[in-house]
Design a protein. Structure first.
Length: 246
């Protein structure tokens, strides 16, 4: 989580610099009586983000016809890693300072983990999140240059699974794109008329899916297992904004 803390520190420093340097008020050469208009968040944006991702890959319940331990959990594990990606969207600020928006993002991540089988000897199960994407709506309130919001919508996960034994190494592999939902919230601060920085948290739930595990050796049958996945992300980022301002 060192990456997340660093990102938050950067955002705090930028906000402090903006206040101290006068980026959000009139230029130093302007008369003291001059004032700027209230910031308006209406417009579109695009940018990038960096943060940390963690979650769970749980249950791992075998469903292979005729196989051992059908319907019995083989355990689960936590995953964690870094995430970085891009985002874009549009907002509309209403007269009462309520802000409505829609946006999407995609992040590449190396969050991974593994666990030994709870029932089998010498068997290890592993998963790795390759990417997380969302399409969300958000509602927030504008405190002038600070926007506080909650958001939620559809989510997708690109994930890889593997099973290995001490005798033959990696015996099964699988890759899947899973659908789910996400909910979260955060805050965004206008550094200048066209540049903003944000910090947010999001929770993802991909439910339980039946995964087809492809054998890596001809003498092994295709295997099936039910896996439940969840994820969490804390990230900080920068947006270049078009429209709105003051």
């Amino acid at each position: 989580m060192r990456t997340v803390l660093t990102a938050v520190a950067i955002l705090t420093a930028l906000a402090g610099h903006a206040r101290a340097g006068g980026m959000l008020v009139e230029h130093a050469a302007a008369p003291e009586t001059a004032t700027r208009e209230t910031a308006n968040w209406t417009g579109c944006y695009a940018g990038g983000h960096l943060g940390g991702a963690w979650g769970t890959s749980s249950k791992w319940i075998p469903r292979t016809p005729g196989g051992a331990f059908q319907g019995v959990s083989l355990g689960g594990h936590d995953v964690d890693g870094v995430i970085g990606g891009v985002q874009a969207g549009c907002d509309v600020q209403l007269a009462n300072r309520v802000v409505l928006g829609i946006g999407g993002d995609y992040g590449w991540t190396d969050a991974n983990g593994s666990h030994p089988s709870a029932r089998e000897t010498g068997v290890t199960y592993r998963s790795e999140m390759d990417g997380l994407g969302t399409l969300t709506g958000r509602i927030g309130y504008a405190f002038d240059t600070l926007l506080v919001y909650v958001e939620g919508g559809a989510a997708w996960e690109r994930v890889s699974y593997a099973a290995a034994t001490t005798q033959i190494g990696t015996a099964y592999r699988a890759s899947d794109t899973r659908e789910g939902w996400t909910i979260g919230g955060g805050g965004e601060y206008a550094l200048t008329q066209h540049l903003s920085a944000f910090v947010e948290y999001a929770h993802y739930d991909f439910g339980t899916d039946r995964i087809t595990l492809d054998p890596q050796y001809n003498f092994l049958p295709t295997a099936y297992v039910d896996i439940e996945d969840t994820a969490n992300v804390v990230r900080a980022g920068i947006n270049l904004r078009f429209g709105g301002g003051w």
